[in-house]
Ligand binder design. Sequence first.
Ligand code: CA
Length: 254
Amino acid sequence: MSSVPARNRRAGTPAESNSDAVPGTVLSMSAVGILIVEDDEAISAGLERVLDDQGYAVQRVDRGRQALALAEDDDLRLILLDLGLPDMDGLDVCRSLRASRPDVAILILTARDTELDVVAGLDAGADDYLVKPFRLSELLARLRAHVRRISSTEQDDHEPISAGALAVDLAARRAWEAGTELTLRPKEFDLLALLVAEAGRAVTRERIMREVWDTEWLGATKTLDTHILSIRNKLREPSVIKTLRGVGYRLDIE
Ligand code: CA
């Protein structure tokens, strides 16, 4: 028996934080690169410490221009972006980051909490947002979800991802509902796979157009609604795909 009772160990020591750590298998063996773009030194330094503990490879800057300069880093997978930056508008930074790196997940951290601000952020290409003050546990959970999604699109593994009764195998391009295989057209598969990967969370029309149709053009997104309708018609439980008016869609797993 150790002379130090386990209950006396301080919470948050490396050994205990492992349960929350980035799964080692998600993106090969290397640490997941994350860039913090935040001019509030206290927030930025605090996030760096926590994310470093979680096993991320953390870089942080306090200017939009610095963020754009670092965006080319291939190991970068996640960006935490404050909107109120001293040198550039955060939404412009977001648009530029999105244009140069369609593959990274951008999470906006903002004190601007009106619905319009949130929509503007998502329209500027962000994948997600958190309103300050936010709970660290929520931020970490969302980051893990983005890492899972990124790794499932990058890795050529046959591990199906599932949400509720739905499951998709990205490598094999097969999908099932309650064990019954669905017959989906290519874009229907891509769309369902995205909704399953983001189950429980809103996926904006802009993001769907970008990731499924590979276009920023939003002039006519009726084709998106048509595909959603078609997928629903193929499901026994079509109501799992919720329409979020003016925003996009969400797959509900309850
Ligand atoms: Ca700020």
